[in-house]
Ligand binder design. Structure first.
Ligand code: ATP
Ligand code: MG
Ligand code: FE
Length: 355
């Protein structure tokens, strides 16, 4: 089985062709991404209208390129999968309408995929992981700890009550005068900083619930920066290092509790695993923290290659293949994009109903 995937939910236009072999193994035949980073960097964040227009301009060419790189034509493809939420509605419309038009013209089945489900199932494509496992998604728009029980079966154990983690990096960078996107800039500055110079808050640490909160941290950074302004490069480095330390400690507490809960509820699982996804997973200090935590709790730590951690179409194609393998009915041409679409079991009630 071969499927074409299309992803247009945020600021990456992406297309991919993925195959699923008879033994269940997945294989990426092509994967192309056009990042709109340059279009948005002058504004310090993603501008929805600019994103939608850029998707319109890029999507057809990317689909052609994905097919060409896989050495296939549209007639060799068995189905089409596109992200239908959550995300920016203009972008979602572009990808989903393109997929619908292709489905209508070719008669091939259409799968409307939840973007978060794409992230959640990626480790089965890259590492052949079996259910159940835990997934931490940390990106510019999401901070979620998800129990992945099966295709279409997800439990959200924790989420952010304010800013996403990537957003906290971006806002912190902005107020320190560092470039967008903030994550890489903060990480670089932190390398030469003193992580103990500023004691920043560690939100929700010690609480039993598994949620996250990062907006107080950003406020504390602003206060620290205002007090010592004007900032030297060393000041900026010290703030960045202290910021990352506070985040690492917070993640250690929050995720540590999640791993303990998994062991309490799924003690019989032989090789428990924690998977990371999202752009923030590029951060080396955060990776080290999660790796150490997993070693301590005897979990496998799985970090897919970075191009599959950030937004891509292979994960959307793969989620479609997982549905096909489970004989889930395809979606109809009536399916509508949804800017909000939480990945809970309840939110998956559409699954299998053919709607
Ligand atoms: P979505 O949330 O819809 O999946 P997104 O485009 O916001 O999409 P990604 O592209 O996965 O998310 O990730 C971008 C985010 O990752 C940005 O907030 C960026 O600052 C952050 N990021 C990237 N590299 C690093 C890094 N080295 N350290 C920390 N954060 C990083
Ligand atoms: Mg992105
Ligand atoms: Fe994403």
């Amino acid at each position: 089985l071969r499927i074409l995937g299309i992803e247009t939910s945020c600021d990456e236009t992406a297309a991919a062709v993925v195959a699923r072999h008879d033994d269940g193994r997945g294989e990426i035949l092509s994967d192309v991404v056009f990042s709109q980073l340059e279009e948005h960097s002058a504004y310090g964040g993603v501008v929805p209208e600019i994103a939608a227009r850029a998707h319109v301009e890029a999507v057809d060419g990317l689909i052609d390129e994905a097919l060409a790189r896989a050495n296939l034509s549209l007639s060799d493809i068995d189905a089409i999968a596109a992200t239908s939420g959550p995300g920016l509605i203009g972008g979602l419309l572009v990808g989903l309408m393109t997929a619908k038009a292709m489905s209508l013209a070719t008669g091939k089945p259409l799968y409307a995929i939840n973007h978060l489900e794409g992230h959640a199932l990626t480790a089965r494509l890259t590492d052949g992981l079996s259910f159940p496992y835990l997934m931490l998604l940390v990106s510019g728009g999401h901070t979620q700890l998800i129990l992945v029980k099966g295709v279409g079966e997800y439990e959200r154990w924790g989420t952010t009550i304010d800013d996403a983690l990537g957003e906290a990096f971006d806002k912190t960078a902005k107020l320190l005068g560092l470039p967008y996107p903030g994550g890489p800039a903060v990480e670089k500055a932190a390398l030469s900083g003193n992580p103990d110079r500023f004691v920043l808050p560690r939100p929700l640490v010690g609480e039993a619930r598994l949620d996250f909160s990062f907006s107080g941290l950003k406020t504390a950074v602003r206060q620290a920066a205002t007090e010592i302004a004007p900032l030297s490069d060393q000041d900026v480095a010290d703030i960045c290092a202290s910021f990352q330390k506070a985040i690492s400690r917070t993640l250690k507490d929050r995720i540590g509790r999640g791993l303990a809960r998994f062991k309490a509820e799924y003690g019989g699982v032989e090789n428990p695993a924690l998977v990371v996804a999202g752009g923030v997973a590029a951060n080396q200090e955060i990776r080290r923290t999660l790796q150490a935590l997993c070693t301590e709790h005897r979990f496998n730590f799985i970090a897919p290659p970075m191009n599959l951690c950030t937004d891509n179409a292979s994960m959307i194609a793969w989620a479609g293949l997982e549905r096909m393998a489970k004989d889930v009915s395809p979606d109809t041409l009536e399916v509508a994009p949804r800017s909000r679409w939480p990945l809970d079991t309840e939110a998956q009630t559409l699954l299998g109903s053919g709607k």
